[in-house]
Design a protein around this ligand. Sequence first.
Ligand SMILES: [Zn+2]
Ligand SMILES: [Zn+2]
Length: 225
Amino acid sequence: MILEHRAEAPFFKNGFVVGCEETREGIIVDPGDEVDLLLADVRRHGLTITMILLTHAHLDHITGVARAKQALGAPVWLHRDDNFLYEQVVQQGLMFGVRVEAQPPVDHFYDGEGPLQFGRYTVRVRHTPGHCPGGVCLAVSRLRGEAAPAGQGRDDDASPVLFVGDTLFAGSIGRTDLLGGDLPTLLRSIREVLFSYPDDTVVWSGHGEQTTIGRERRSNPFLTR
Ligand SMILES: [Zn+2]
Ligand SMILES: [Zn+2]
């Protein structure tokens, strides 16, 4: 798996490029103010991006969508329950005191769709509301029965990498005081959806460093009570 992460001021929100090392197909997750760095990563790895996937529609996660779509021509995916936030991105900017352009319309909603695919990888979309109504976890894993070519990939390629947006952070959890946020719902999403994955599952959050399900299960102060 090719995996690049980038973050830029003012929000230092993580944007990701994920690619298949064999077919050179890839996805972009949550393009924000760091979108130009992500596009440079795409070029450097020689990737063809087939989808722009959003974990949720808070402004820091979507300010680069227009630029990414224009550069790559790939469709934008979002959970339907966050479309009202997506369409209010200009107003979200006013709340945070930043000027944000309206973004192009969402092309596909996740609901009703089976697993998505790029190259030899699948993306399973798990609804994890609580931080916002349409938050999702994107679980990216290598297709079953597909051995990694010699010298590339590792034995653990079959276990997914999770892109959890702002639901769970290393040592913390997402805020629930924004529009549509709800703490009991957030805790249920973490315990029932995210914690259903094995301890060694790698977690990439919308902000900060990577962690694992096991580390958060054992030591996250919001979840060990
Ligand atoms: Zn958020
Ligand atoms: Zn965020």
